[in-house]
Design a protein around this ligand. Structure first.
Ligand code: PLP
Length: 394
């Protein structure tokens, strides 16, 4: 592989390991273990496992390694470790890095399970956490303490699609001697060079755009070779969050089409946002690619497109949101995102149901908010679909 290849070429070729058969499509090594030719070879392998040598699939597997190497090449990361789910990746980052007495600064608008780990689990192990508004840079600065070890943020918040300034938060973290870990799901590997912006550790739920067809759970952590091999890998190896080789194979094939899919989805998202913006049923059309988005300039500086998600804040509250959802014919009602199928979610009654009304209000999650993950259907059909559903929600 050549480093000068663009990410789109790497999506198709990077990390490929061919067996003696010279297969075109990546081989699926659906095996938990590996045979040693002799007792001495087994002893040697356990003493020192080489780069492309394997012992047990909880540690590493050739198909999983292809997925890790391909994504690392795409992101320009030194190394990657694939995990059973996005949450296994987030958990791996937090528990491998933090010890009792450490302090974390995190954006308050986080994926629910990430919030649970920070607020409930880590607190029980003596790790202190401060939550800040991710877009308030002064709040990030003010929250730093001498024992701050980590800053943790989602590149674009869910479901209100606030864009955070990765480069400045990285600077604030580094000035305080801390690392910055970014959950990059909403920005995708296609639209944002998050490590180049200064992030130290990158986390993905591969369940979303990387699979892109709603089949498998998976996740991945990217970072320096030192962090991945000496800090994260021992934690993951011994706690069992490895990615299944079958799922890794699905994700590898997903990476081949990732740029095409995400770009098409983002183009349709912009079409929908433009067409629906100003509709009488809407209090607000939220899309980072729209000029009226509060962080539009930052989004366009940091990203090549506005992403594949749009959020619609309906004036008529939950009743209007439900009328909108029930008028959809192409878009399905579900809670995944990044899928080929367009998906609509009502966060207040599903993904964010467990939060109190006050917590939802603090995060900007109104009863009228609908999150739309834009899929691969024809954009004209999607625009017509959203406009007719908005008419019915008025
Ligand atoms: C889905 C998601 C996760 C969790 O990923 P799983 O694969 O479901 O475990 C974490 N962070 C963000 C931003 C997500 O969208």
């Amino acid at each position: 592989m050549t480093d000068s290849w663009t990410p789109r070429t790497k999506m198709v070729h990077a990390g490929t390991r061919r067996s003696q058969y010279g297969e075109v499509s990546e081989a699926l090594f659906l095996t938990q273990g590996f045979v040693y030719p002799s007792a001495e070879a087994a002893r040697d392998r356990f003493q020192e496992c080489g780069d492309d040598e394997y012992i047990y699939a909880r540690y590493a597997n050739p198909t999983v390694a292809m997925f890790e190497d391909r994504l690392a090449a795409i992101e320009g990361a030194e190394a990657a470790f694939a995990t059973a789910s996005g949450m296994a990746a987030v958990n791996g980052v937090l528990f491998s890095l933090l010890r009792a007495g450490d302090h974390v600064v995190a954006a308050k608008a986080l994926f629910g399970s990430s919030l649970y780990i920070l607020e409930t689990l880590l607190a029980g192990y003596g790790v202190e956490v401060s939550f800040v508004d991710g877009t308030d840079l002064d709040a990030w600065r003010a929250a730093m303490r001498p024992n701050t070890r980590l800053a943790f943020v989602e590149a674009i918040s869910n479901p209100t699609l606030e864009v955070v300034d990765i480069a400045t938060i990285a600077e604030i973290a580094h000035d305080g001697g801390a690392l910055l870990a970014v959950d990059n799901v909403f920005a995708t590997p296609v639209f944002q060079r998050t490590l180049d912006l200064g992030a130290d550790v990158l986390v993905y739920s591969a369940t979303k755009h990387i699979d892109g067809q709603g089949r498998c759970l998976g996740g991945v952590v990217l970072g320096t070779t030192d962090y991945i091999r000496n800090t994260l890998e021992p934690y993951m190896k011994h706690t069992g969050g490895a990615l299944s080789p079958f799922n890794a194979w699905v994700m590898l094939k997903g990476l081949e089409t990732l740029a095409l899919r995400c770009n098409a989805q983002a183009d349709s998202a912009l079409d929908i946002a433009r067409a629906a913006d100003g509709h009488a049923a809407l209090a607000r059309m939220i899309y980072p690619g729209l000029e009226n988005h509060p962080q539009h300039a930052l989004a366009m500086r940091q990203m090549t497109k506005g992403g594949t998600m749009v959020s619609l804040d309906l004036k008529g509250g939950q009743d209007a949101a439900f009328r909108f959802l029930n008028a959809l014919e192409i878009v399905i009602i579900s809670n995944n995102l990044g899928d080929a199928k367009s998906i609509a979610t009502h966060p207040a009654t599903t993904t964010h149901q467990r939060l109190s009304p006050e917590q939802r209000a603090a995060l900007g999650i109104t009863d009228g908010l609908v999150r739309l993950s834009v899929g691969l259907e024809d954009s004209h059909d999607l625009v017509a679909e959203v406009l007719q559903a908005l008419d019915k929600a008025e």
